[in-house]
Write a protein that binds this ligand. Structure first.
Ligand SMILES: Cc1cc2nc3c(=O)[nH]c(=O)nc-3n(C[C@H](O)[C@H](O)[C@H](O)COP(=O)(O)O)c2cc1C
Ligand code: SF4
Length: 441
């Protein structure tokens, strides 16, 4: 009997060879000005070689104002198109498709960069965790940003890429409009769910107008926002529910979206995304200094993370609001299933996947049509090839320790779980392998 895992996944405008996609995973591999580097090409190629059907790119800003960190390649101007063409060509060599994530951070940032210290958002309230300042966008600014998303899609198409994804999840700008907990506008972009969804619907319409109807367009959404799960955010609203998101997905599909990618959480990171078995608060205390000069709460947070008592308290609160370690794999499947039952386009689900039988079960039951994987593929770049060879779960699985997540603020992206390697040197060699081949080789 054919293995459902290796059956092609057919979207309206794109077919991929199997049911496993690399999920978005950002690293600071590029130049400060948003131009790309060979390291990013090397990074993406690792996963294409490892057998995934498609790669959904890291966070790619459509405007410099939408950056969350410097050193992420952007798609904000035509000069960036040739770089993305190179990335696409590199992964296509392995019969792997490439979907670029069109992104804007709004008020949620890590390191704002020198150009725009104040973010743009649906609101003028700073984000509650770091206190990054922001200003509610005017209607003219909204129009400009809608157009920037459409221009990004046009550039992705001109670069020969296979589709685009709207980063409508995890607390970034589109979430900031969609969210009942964040959006406090009183104009036509705030208030009712229909008004809060207006921004993203206008983006979809603008993209369709610019690139036509035959280019793959998907949307990543936080199906449930869990906005006040952390004990010290209890005073905030809970944010959008699954019923809200089902309705938004139906509107998105009607407007021209070809697939839904289901995530969770109104912020990034969030205790439930990426759900962890641990929070390496010691590493957090080291790398968070990069943020300490920007937000109004960041110096307080840094001292908190470094405190002998407060650090462990924060870790406890974070894990308490998270997902039990044995439930991380497939945690978002019930939400994916609800959305799949309500729309007539394929649904992708992210969150913890690294066992072939679990993925097979999810697709066979009709919870989703395919899964996207981030950390377990960082741990085992060749996970799909291992499945193909008959392994159900890798010998050295991802432990969901979230060290990769915390390190990425300052260090190259890679797996930092020493217990998975025979030595620290071997672990560091794996991390540094992204710089080979070197630029200009
Ligand atoms: C280091 C790191 C960077 C990430 N960057 C992005 C990103 O740029 N865009 C995005 O939508 N999700 C991002 N994610 C979330 C992942 O795509 C994924 O949805 C989440 O980690 C859950 O999947 P996993 O359990 O397979 O890691 C990132 C996750 C990690 C750990
Ligand atoms: S550091 Fe490695 S083991 Fe830990 S979550 Fe990241 S990829 Fe998984």
């Amino acid at each position: 009997m054919p293995d459902v895992l290796f059956e092609p996944l057919r979207f309206r405008n794109l077919t991929i060879k199997n049911r496993v996609l690399r999920s978005n995973i950002s690293g600071r591999f590029d130049n400060y000005d948003g131009s790309g580097t060979q390291a990013r090409i090397n990074w993406e190629t690792k996963f294409a070689r490892g057998g995934v059907g498609a790669i959904v790119s890291s966070y790619v800003p459509v405007q410099l104002h939408g950056r969350i960190m410097p050193n992420y390649a952007t798609i904000d101007c035509d000069e960036r198109t040739p770089f993305w063409k190179k990335v696409g060509e590199a992964v296509h060599q392995y019969d792997c498709k490439y979907i670029l994530q069109l992104s804007h951070g709004g008020r949620q940032r890590d390191i704002p960069g020198v150009e725009f210290p104040v973010g743009q958002s649906s609101t003028s309230k700073a984000d509650p965790l770091h206190g990054f300042e922001c200003k509610a966008m005017s209607e003219a600014e909204i129009k400009d940003t809608v157009n920037a998303f459409a221009e990004g899609a046009r550039r992705a198409r001109e670069a020969g890429l296979d589709g685009v994804e709207l980063h409508g999840a995890n607390g970034y700008l589109i979430t900031q409009f969609l969210s009942s907990a964040i959006n406090d506008r009183t104009d036509q972009y705030g208030g009712s769910l229909e008004n809060r969804a207006r921004f993203v619907i206008e983006i979809v319409q603008a993209i369709r107008k610019k690139v036509g109807d035959d280019f793959h367009l998907q949307m990543k959404i936080s199906a449930v926002e869990h906005n006040n799960d952390l004990a010290f955010l209890k005073f905030e609203g809970a944010g959008n529910t699954i019923d809200d998101s089902v309705q938004v997905c139906q509107w998105l599909v009607k407007a021209g979206v070809d697939a839904i990618h289901v995530s969770s959480g109104s912020a990034f990171p969030h205790p439930k995304n990426p759900a962890g078995s641990d929070l390496p608060v010691d590493v957090l205390g080291q790398v968070y200094e990069q943020l300490a000069s920007s937000g109004t709460h960041t110096l307080r947070n840094l001292l908190f993370f470094r405190g002998a008592v407060t650090g462990p308290v924060f870790k406890h609160l974070w894990l308490d609001a998270g997902v039990p370690a044995d439930q991380i794999e497939g945690f978002n499947l019930p939400d994916a299933r609800r959305i799949k039952q309500a729309v007539n386009v394929p649904v992708l689900c992210t969150g913890g996947f690294q066992t072939a039988s679990v993925i097979r079960g999810a697709v066979t039951r009709g919870d989703c049509d395919g899964v996207t994987i981030a950390r377990p593929l960082v741990a085992n770049n060749d996970l799909v090839k291992q499945f193909q060879a008959g392994k159900d779960r890798p010998d050295k699985p991802c432990t969901y320790c979230n060290k990769c997540l915390v390190h990425v603020v300052e260090h190259p992206l890679g797996c930092y779980e020493e217990s998975r390697f025979s030595s620290r040197e071997e672990m560091l060699a794996q991390v540094m392998s992204v710089f080979s081949p070197p630029p200009f080789a």
